[in-house]
Design a protein around this ligand. Structure first.
Ligand SMILES: *[C@@H]1O[C@H](CO)[C@@H](O)[C@H](O)[C@H]1NC(C)=O
Ligand SMILES: *[C@@H]1O[C@H](CO)[C@@H](O)[C@H](O)[C@H]1NC(C)=O
Ligand SMILES: *[C@@H]1O[C@H](CO)[C@@H](O)[C@H](O)[C@H]1NC(C)=O
Length: 349
């Protein structure tokens, strides 16, 4: 673990840390040779803050019992692929996102839930009162992994769909998309995601989303962590096909929990970036001809969302850490001597 950690020095310590669970307390270490402390390090990512807030609190209150264990906690967006199988890492980090089906094969990180965008309730608006548009608001972030597929610089889903939406608005036929970026976006040109600058839209609260029949889940730098929250609405999630996954995505199936688009081929066999229109035609037809089948997809999605709340996320940490620990028969004796060492170095543990 030590040598692995040194190789990882590229990622700053407010993103990549060691966590020691000992006697059901959560200790942070910014370096294996440093001190273990109960308080968050001075510089800590928002993900570390939220883990401390939720998991730390549940442990202090005795609501959850975790085994003694030492692990690497990686709160980077992980586009740099810490767990790339080509890297011959000694132990896998616990990460919030990883890639599947990219070059060199599936990342080896152990996925655990981010504790920020948590669906805490189901949101419902009567179906007939919802707007018949595919909705998205979000910052203009981009993975850039589609450049080769679409032979276009950046080839960002968020920016391109925002462009299509604006193009239709200007032509007076915005009948399909309502996509807006929550920031200015000035990277424009004929080979870019948008040929002209796009207007900036206000951010909207989550509850506003339930007023649209169709909700777009669009990749940012990596997976869009709002996915769980979109699944909690009684709207249909149109999911951009992506290689980035959170801990629960492998339990989701197309046309069972969501409807996929993107990375599809057009009539001439070439990849197209606007297949969302065709997919929208498909789901509108399903809504007209077999409304019960469409509502079943939505019910399935809300069924999953119910399992993505705070308690279930904490349970997921518990099971992941128990199974991880079982892979190391010498974890307990190792921790005993490591804790001795930490005490000698002045850690209050
Ligand atoms: C992987 O790492 C181990 C441990 O450091 C080393 O023994 C082994 O030779 C490495 N394998 C490759 C293919 O680099
Ligand atoms: C809106 O009009 C533009 C320009 O004619 C066209 O390219 C686009 O496909 C239309 N969009 C819709 C949703 O009909
Ligand atoms: C994109 O399409 C290609 C070609 O069909 C396929 O090999 C790849 O897995 C797809 N990627 C995603 C993320 O769906």
């Amino acid at each position: 673990m030590y040598s692995y950690y040194q190789n990882e020095a590229k990622l700053p310590p407010h993103i990549l840390v060691l966590i020691l669970i000992y006697n059901n307390r959560l200790y942070w270490l910014t370096h294996p040779d440093g001190r273990a402390q109960l308080e968050l390090p001075e510089r800590a990512s928002q993900y570390m803050h939220q883990l401390d807030r939720h998991l730390g609190k549940a442990m202090r209150a005795g609501w959850i019992k975790l085994p003694n264990v030492l692990f690497i906690y990686n709160t980077d967006d992980n586009s740099g692929r810490t767990g790339n199988p080509n890297r011959n890492i000694t132990v896998p980090p616990f990460s919030l996102c990883k890639s599947r089906g990219w070059f060199h094969g599936d990342d080896l990180d152990i996925l655990v839930p981010q504790m920020i965008a948590i669906p805490d309730a189901l949101h419902s608006v009567p179906w007939h009162l919802k707007k018949d548009l595919a909705f998205f608001r979000g910052v203009p972030s981009c993975s850039r992994i589609w450049e080769q597929t679409y032979k276009r610089e950046e080839a960002c889903a968020r920016m391109h769909l925002a462009y299509l939406s604006e193009r239709d608005r200007r032509a007076g036929n915005a009948t399909a998309l309502d996509v807006g970026l929550a920031d200015e976006y000035k990277v424009v040109g004929p080979d870019k995601s948008t040929p002209y600058e796009l207007p900036k839209f206000e951010r909207v609260p989550l509850s506003t989303h339930a007023h649209y029949k169709w909700l777009l889940n669009l990749e940012g730098m990596v997976a869009a962590y709002r996915m769980g929250q979109l699944l909690s609405m009684n709207s249909l999630v149109l999911y951009q096909r992506s290689i980035f996954i959170e801990y629960y995505y492998r339990s989701l199936q197309p046309w069972v929990h969501y409807v996929p688009f993107w990375n599809a081929t057009g009539p001439d066999g070439e990849p197209v970036m606007d297949d969302v229109y065709r997919v929208l035609d498909d789901v509108r037809r399903l809504d007209r001809e077999q409304p019960a089948a469409l509502q079943r997809i939505i019910a399935n999605a809300q069924g999953v969302a119910k399992l993505l709340g705070k308690q279930m996320r904490l349970e997921y940490y518990r099971v992941a850490l128990e199974r991880y620990k079982n892979l190391f028969p010498d974890m307990d004796p190792y921790l005993d001597s490591y804790v001795q060492e930490l005490r000698k170095r002045g850690s209050d543990i």
